[in-house]
Design a protein around this ligand. Sequence first.
Ligand code: URA
Length: 216
Amino acid sequence: MNNSLRNEYLKAMGVQQWVARDAVAALDSRAWTELEKQVSGCTLCGLQESRTRTVFGVGNHDADWLVIGEAPGADEDRQGEPFVGRAGQLLTEMLFAIGLQRDDVFICNILKCRPPGNRNPSTEEVSHCHPYLQRQIELIRPRLILAVGGVAANSLLDMNEKVGSLRGKVHNYGVQEIPLVVTYHPAYLLRSPQEKRKAWDDLQFARSVCANGNAG
Ligand code: URA
């Protein structure tokens, strides 16, 4: 029996179908709480010693867009929220320019803890943190991943390329083949404002990919 016929029968029988949806939402909510607890108590790598707070991620658990950056900086480490410093403000403005509020998307990083001095994440740190990100992706089931900057893009795609050669195309992430679009890191755009035009093109491209599926 197909789903819509089944639903018709259930409706005719007076069975409240929101029960199943609510049960899934309750399970998801428990899974989020559990995951957040795991991250905040994580001791898998040395970053636990230098961090002030873990930076789990913020936003809409049912977001179409998942925005993934590199790692928390000093402001994020202090506040426990990703992309809240100067680069974060620029990211927020960039999203706003294409009609998205921070609350519409989910924002997180490859690493949940700040590498001292904002150095690049090590391979070991990335691999310890990856299961947390993977679980976030499974729970959100985004329609689009926006990888912000070379570290995020290369780590998600398991590549070693410049952002310039990764942007402008649709990549696929993981077995779910989630469409993934790459753009410049806002910290780079603060240093190289002449590249902002390209980032604007990337976000418009991402918006069309999200609207049309993989076609772009
Ligand atoms: N840069 C990142 O990649 N992530 C943040 O959360 C802040 C700055």
